[in-house]
Write a protein that binds this ligand. Sequence first.
Ligand SMILES: Nc1ncnc2c1ncn2[C@@H]1O[C@H](COP(=O)(O)OP(=O)(O)OP(=O)(O)O)[C@@H](O)[C@H]1O
Length: 257
Amino acid sequence: MADPAIRIRNLVTRLGDRTVHNELNLDIQAGCLTAIAGSSGSGKTVLLRAMALLLQPVAGTIELFGQATTTLSRSAERGLRGRMGVMFQRGALFTGMTVLDNVAFPLREHTALPRSAVYEIARLKLRLAGLAPEAATLYPSELSGGMTKRAALARSLALDPDLLFLDEPTAGLDPVGATAFDKLIVHLRNLLGLTVILVTHDPVSLWEIADEIAFIGAGRVLASGPAQALTQSLEPAVRCYFGGARMQRAGASWDQK
Ligand SMILES: Nc1ncnc2c1ncn2[C@@H]1O[C@H](COP(=O)(O)OP(=O)(O)OP(=O)(O)O)[C@@H](O)[C@H]1O
């Protein structure tokens, strides 16, 4: 099998006096759509932040595309950052900038492209994320929740990443909007050949779009595999999670397809 896009070994993370991950191991295959699941507070977002170089582990290694991230030179780190896009749970758009300027921002920071090219690319990313051209001149406060997610997605795609990290992308969306967003993620993964890592509680996303699920509990990966395999897990916490009514309904609907 090819080397994984992300290889995590014996990861330990700590925040305040709480050890969030303790000897966590995980491989994420290139081109896969991997969901990080687990109960609230289990450390999904913290894991995503560690993979995205936004949080320094206490111990262990994270390799991205075969590069150990704990020993990176500044230029290697900058290079890796340019290969990843991150969409935060609440969008984290700059409130004083229009949507177009938000999407253009990473291009202005990380490339020497002329202004006209920056804005042409930013408009293209808005279209890729499914936003109408009219949204470009709006400010974040003028966007609906779904539009905010799409604007944040467009910004995370600005630098043509290989790795896309999404923190609860469908949280707060109505069911129709959530399904549309799930489809968009799959479409973009297929179109752009992305490796996608998404943190989610959404049973439909877990069943319908995740190739693999890494289930986090007790500071490590308790089980990994597609949703159907996790329903058979011998880990009580995983069985309990997948045995819940909402998860079972999503599984039954997936079964009927
Ligand atoms: N900045 C911080 N300072 C201190 N503790 C933190 C910080 N961020 C997260 N934590 C703690 O780390 C643990 C894991 O948090 P994390 O946000 O990763 O959980 P999660 O699995 O994503 O939860 P949820 O599903 O509710 O979003 C929690 O106990 C949380 O309180």
